[in-house]
Design a protein around this ligand. Sequence first.
Ligand code: SAM
Length: 238
Amino acid sequence: MRQHVNPLSSFFQLPLEIPPKDELFENSELPIHLDIGSARGKFLLAMAKLQPNRNYLGVEIRQTLVLKAEKERKALGLNNLRFIFCNANVSLEVWLGKMHNQNLDMVSIQFPDPWFKRRHRKRQVLQPSLLLSIANCLKPNSKLFVQSDVLDVINAMTSLIELSHCFDSSGSSEVKFIDESPFPVSTEREKLVLSVGYPVYRSLYIRNDKMIPKLLELEDKYSSLNASMQKKEDNKHL
Ligand SMILES: C[S@@+](CC[C@H](N)C(=O)[O-])C[C@H]1O[C@@H](n2cnc3c(N)ncnc32)[C@H](O)[C@@H]1O
């Protein structure tokens, strides 16, 4: 199995500048979908071809995958799509800050790398600081979609999103997960998981008009929640 990239290693802490939207896309006024952890890019390549009236930005920490995805994008002449090599936790927040209240209307995090050990939790891509940058950037009614085949991973993402109070779930209060992806195309990982019949957990959130909480406040709530979940887990093994 492929070893995940450790996003906390010093090499991946160097900030890289993501160009402004008018340098990324031919028509930068079209609505933008940001996909975090776009891997080899097959999902966004298909989406950009299917929906030329939208822009797509994929960010990915593995540079070789970005180079391959960009090569294919150029060969297909897709000017509504870009792939950028960066660590989303280091370089994305500045770009999102500049996009406040603009035309980014969808953010997706699909099958993020699972980090099972407790001491590795900080390596998970959706951290309080990135979530608040997303929430701060999105206008009300814009969407945040998360999916995973690992229950702990989806639960960590949905708990954090819900603790922020900045998003309303698109499902009913009793049903946390939705059955279908909102997209007409499956990601590479999604296809693999579905082909072997494993479950996929999906949640779609809508940005509400609530103010974003302070980062320290959200970090405190999130670490208390993680600590209480860990305690429950430890008690199960006693
Ligand atoms: C399991 S793959 C899923 C890829 C794709 N979203 C899919 O569903 O097929 C997770 C991807 O996220 C990338 N990734 C992990 N941490 C990242 C980070 N901090 N910034 C950007 N990309 C990251 C990994 O390199 C990997 O390509």
